[in-house]
Design a protein around this ligand. Structure first.
Ligand code: UT7
Length: 318
């Protein structure tokens, strides 16, 4: 049986920090409100495009894996904030890396995009289509933000991380996943102003407006992530007590705490970095995973549980 083991990892966070106090200079908000409602203290804002951030993260991951760009067989890029409508983001990364032997595809399921990308690459390796893959989760949300809207402007940030996966006979890597979409919540998070719906010149293409029902997303996110987590563990005869580290989507500290509580996973077994980066959408789980590795909180053989949710409302647990 073939599996797809993680052999390299790398991240890229833009250096510019936007603090809660900075936001309060142009929005009717406060550091106290943002911290108590979300746990977020600051977030990063990219001064480059997504391809540049992804190149740094990918080169770090490839160096860790000891793999040359020319050896990469597949690039799967999870993102909602790609540089161009076409060609896709994965081919842009392929070009700057010089990964000329690779196939290149994007996956867009909003905040769950990285985990869906991982599932896609994992399946293509396990079925023998390719022997390795570079899987990326990255976003430049700041370019699509409605900076007049305090309901959303305080929540999001930019970032990117990448993993290298390679075929192996050992039972390692992604051992199971549960994927779904709570389409009843589809209208709870919509970014208007991008896409063919806005290309008729009577509307303002590129001027975004966020439709965002925070409490509705909150409820559905907690329920969806907890259910997916229980199901993916049960499918392998495991329980939350077997999990060494919870590495969840980082949207709101209160959502992470509610999911951990539903799973009876104590706070010390949950990885949290939302206070430093806010919600980086597709980049949250891979950046959290890379930082958990860097901090020595993931060891060979560790069992990780990675639940997430995003617009759609897509949900999953890996
Ligand atoms: O990855 C998917 C992305 N989506 C999410 O992660 C969203 C999930 N939802 C959440 O994280 C939370 O629902 C929020 C953080 C968005 C909001 O927290 P909440 O405890 O559900 O607050 P609320 O929406 O009930 O708003 C409470 C109050 C409202 O005022 P009134 O109506 O009570 O007078 C808001 O207008 O807080 C107000 N408010 C703010 N005040 C200061 C909303 N945003 C802000 C703000 N600063 N930035």
């Amino acid at each position: 049986m073939t599996y797809a083991v993680v052999t390299g990892w790398g991240k890229c966070l833009p250096p510019s920090i936007l603090s809660n106090a900075d936001l309060a200079t142009f929005l009717d908000t406060s550091d106290e409100w943002i911290r108590t409602r979300t746990g977020i203290a600051e977030r990063r804002i990219a001064h480059t495009g997504l391809t540049d951030m992804a190149e740094v993260a990918a080169r770090r991951a490839l160096a860790a894996a000891g793999m040359a760009p020319s050896q990469v067989e597949l690039v799967v890029f999870g993102t909602t904030s790609f540089d161009d409508q076409a060609p896709n983001q994965a081919s842009g990364l392929q070009q700057v890396l010089g990964a000329t032997a690779a196939a290149a595809m994007d996956v867009n399921t909003a905040c769950t995009s990285f985990l869906y990308a991982w599932s896609t690459a994992n399946a293509l390796i396990r079925t023998g289509v390719v022997k390795n893959a570079l899987v990326v989760g990255g976003e430049v949300i700041s370019r699509f933000m409605d900076w007049r809207n305090r309901n959303v402007a305080v929540l999001f940030g930019d970032g990117c991380a990448a993993l290298v996966l390679e075929a192996t006979d050992r039972e390692e890597g992604l051992l199971g996943e549960k994927l779904g979409c709570d389409v009843g919540g589809r209208d709870a998070l919509v970014i208007r102003g991008m896409g063919s719906r806005y290309a008729d010149f009577s509307r303002r293409m590129g001027v975004t407006e966020w439709v965002f029902d925070g409490p509705e997303i909150f409820r559905r996110a907690v329920a969806g992530m907890a259910r997916a987590a229980h199901e993916v563990l049960a499918a392998r005869g495991l329980t939350p007590a077997d999990v060494d580290l919870l590495v969840p989507h980082q949207a709101n500290l209160r959502i992470i705490e509610a999911v951990a509580q539903k799973l009876s996973i104590p706070a010390e077994r949950a990885f949290v970095n939302v206070q430093r980066y806010g919600n980086m959408s597709a980049a949250t789980v891979p950046v959290a995973l890379v930082e958990a590795l860097e901090e020595g909180r993931v060891r060979p053989g560790s069992l990780l549980l990675m639940p997430a949710f995003g617009a759609g409302l897509t949900w999953c647990a890996h």
